[in-house]
Design a binder for this molecule. Structure first.
Ligand SMILES: [Zn+2]
Ligand SMILES: [Zn+2]
Length: 172
């Protein structure tokens, strides 16, 4: 079945995005993901993004206003033609994507897929940073426990040991 772009009505063409087959509008560069491809693309993280690409997203973030959401044109699903829902990616990001509740397909305007990937990458990096910080704290806590409480208490509580072990393993 030939699908059409919900923005400009041009035909969607099959395209390859990081090894994954998607449908792309050649006129406006919008992209249609018919199933769970978004998840797959985010998990795979094939690409390294340049500082320029990151800067573009940061600029977009500055001009983003949540009020814009209400005034944006509702797009119809390329597959089942019903209206799609607009939502901000990950709840509070400046990237607004459209999803069809009926077929669970996702529409991303040109450049949005890259934005989503950059966000996922940045958050993951921040998370790793947080864990490193917490990990260092936990290590200090463990040293303190060793110094001050040895030998009576040591880290003999299985619960505390489990917690420390779990955190440090995750961090490493
Ligand atoms: Zn288009
Ligand atoms: Zn649909």
């Amino acid at each position: 079945m030939q699908l059409h772009c919900p923005r400009c009505r041009s035909s969607l063409r099959q395209a390859n995005y990081e090894g994954i087959t998607i449908q792309q509008c050649e006129r406006c560069s919008g992209q249609w993901l018919g199933g769970p491809e978004l998840r797959t693309i985010i998990d795979a993280r094939e690409r390294q993004f340049s500082e320029e690409e990151r800067a573009r997203l940061a600029a977009h973030e500055k001009t983003f206003s949540p009020d814009r959401l209400a005034s944006e044109q509702i797009l119809d699903c390329p597959k089942c033609t019903g209206p799609m829902n607009k939502f901000r990616y990950a709840g509070d990001s400046p990237v607004v994507i459209d999803r069809c509740a009926a077929c669970e397909g996702t529409w991303l305007d040109g450049g949005e897929l890259e934005h989503v990937q950059i966000l996922a990458e940045t958050w993951e990096r921040d998370l790793a940073g947080d864990l490193a910080q917490h990990g260092a704290r936990l290590n200090r806590l463990r040293l303190d426990a060793d110094e001050k409480l040895t030998p009576k208490l040591h880290v003999n509580s299985p619960l505390l040991r489990g917690l420390l072990g779990g955190f440090v393993r995750f961090w490493e």
